[in-house]
Design a protein around this ligand. Structure first.
Ligand code: PHE
Length: 343
C-alpha cells in the first residue's frame, strides 16, 4: 500500500512536470500515461492487490490520478490544436506575422476635423448634402437667377446629358436645403467637397473642400458674425497675427465681407504666398440676403442671419506652410507621412 501510494505521487509529479519537444505533444502524453499500456492503467491494475480495508482510499487516489492525467491531456490537445488549426494546413501560426503599415490622416481631414470641432464648441451642428446639385439649390435660391453675371464667379461643371444638374460649386447648397426644412433657429456648418472648372495650378484645383456656416435666429447681427469668426481664427491659428474684414460682394449676402489674416509665412512683411501684400484671404462672409431667406420660406422681417464659407485647402496651406495645393491630391506617401503625429 505504502509503495503504491508513493508510485501514485511520483506519477502525479511526472504528469505535472511533463514536457516534450515533440510536435505531437498530446499524443506522446496519451501513449505514455493514459493509453492501454500507459502508466496510469498499469497502476490501476495494482488495485487487485490492495487490502480490502484500503481499497476505498486507494481507489480515490487512483481516480484523482486518472483525472489529473485526463485534464493535462485536454490541455495539451489545445496546444497541439493551436499549432495545427486544420489538419493538413501548411500555415505555421507560430511564425511572426507580417505587419501591416498603418496610414495617417490626410492633412485636409485633420484640418476639417479641427474646423468642425471649433464650431461644434460654439453650438454649430454638421449638415451634409449631395455633391450633384440642381440649379435651384446651387444658384437660384441663393439669389443667383439664370443669366446673373455672378454665376461666372464659379465656373461650373454641368452634367452633359442634362445641364439642369451640376457638380456643386460650394456647400451653400446644403444651407438652402437646411433652410427649406423650415426649422428655426439654424446653426450649422457644412463641410464637403466642391467642384469648379478652373485651370489646375499651385493655388487652384478643379475640386477642393469647403466648410460653410450658417446661423439664423431672431436677432442675429454683424457683431455676432465677427465675434464667431474671431473666435474661430484664434482657435485655429493662435494669437500671433492680425485680422481684418474687407468689404466684398456675394449675391447671397448683404453686406458682404472677406476676412484676411496677416500672412503667417512672412509675418506680414510680404512674400509670394501673400502676393507681397502681407495679408491672406481666408474666408467670405456676410449677412444672409433677405431674398435668400424668402426663397427658402423664411420671414426676412422676423429673422436674420449670417453665413460664411472657407476653403479647407487654403487654411491647411497656411497652417502647415504648404506652397502648392496640387500635392494634396497626388498621394505622395513622403508628403502624407509627415502628418503621422498630427491630430
Ligand atoms: N459660397 C461662397 C463661395 O463658395 C462663400 C460664402 C459663403 C461667402 C457664405 C459668403 C457667405 O465662394
Amino acid at each position: 500500500m505504502e509503495n503504491l501510494l508513493t508510485q501514485i505521487n511520483n506519477l502525479k509529479d511526472e504528469i505535472n512536470n511533463f514536457s516534450s519537444n515533440d510536435e505531437n505533444i498530446a499524443e506522446v502524453f496519451r501513449i505514455k500515461f493514459i493509453g492501454s499500456n500507459g502508466s496510469v492503467k498499469s497502476l490501476m491494475a495494482e488495485m487487485k492487490n490492495v487490502a480490502p480495508e484500503n481499497k476505498r482510499e486507494m481507489g480515490k487516489e487512483l481516480n484523482d490520478l486518472k483525472l489529473l492525467a485526463e485534464n493535462k491531456w485536454e490541455e495539451l490537445k489545445k496546444t497541439t490544436d493551436n499549432r495545427h488549426p486544420t489538419s493538413g494546413s501548411t500555415i505555421d501560426l507560430s511564425l511572426p506575422g507580417n505587419s501591416l503599415p498603418i496610414g495617417s490622416r490626410h492633412p485636409i481631414s485633420i484640418v476639417r476635423n479641427k474646423i468642425v470641432s471649433i464650431f461644434q464648441r460654439l453650438g454649430f451642428a454638421v449638415a451634409e448634402g449631395p455633391e450633384i446639385e440642381d440649379d435651384w439649390h446651387n444658384f437660384t435660391a441663393l439669389n443667383l437667377p439664370e443669366n446673373h453675371p455672378a454665376r461666372d464667379m464659379q465656373d461650373t461643371f454641368y452634367v452633359s446629358q442634362d445641364p439642369a444638374w451640376m457638380l456643386r460649386t460650394h456647400t451653400s447648397s446644403v444651407q438652402v436645403r437646411e433652410m427649406e426644412k423650415g426649422k428655426l433657429p439654424i446653426r450649422i456648418i457644412c463641410p464637403g467637397r466642391v467642384y469648379r472648372n478652373e485651370t489646375i495650378s499651385a493655388r487652384a484645383h478643379c475640386f477642393f473642400h469647403q466648410v460653410e456656416g450658417l446661423y439664423i435666429a431672431d436677432d442675429v447681427s454683424f457683431a455676432d458674425l465677427k465675434q464667431t469668426l474671431y473666435f474661430f481664427v484664434k482657435e485655429m491659428f493662435g494669437d500671433d497675427f492680425k485680422v481684418r474684414f474687407r468689404p466684398s460682394y456675394f449675391p447671397f449676402t448683404e453686406p458682404s465681407a472677406e476676412m484676411d489674416i496677416s500672412c503667417l509665412i512672412c509675418g506680414g512683411k510680404g512674400c509670394n504666398v501673400c502676393k507681397h501684400t502681407g495679408w491672406v484671404e481666408i474666408l467670405g462672409c456676410g449677412m444672409v440676403h433677405p431674398n435668400v431667406l424668402e426663397n427658402c420660406g423664411i420671414d426676412s422681417k422676423k429673422y436674420s442671419g449670417f453665413a460664411f464659407g472657407m476653403g479647407i485647402e487654403r487654411i491647411t496651406m497656411l497652417k502647415y506652410q504648404i506652397k502648392d495645393l496640387r500635392i494634396f491630391s497626388e498621394n505622395d506617401v513622403r508628403f502624407l507621412k509627415q502628418f503621422e503625429s498630427a491630430v
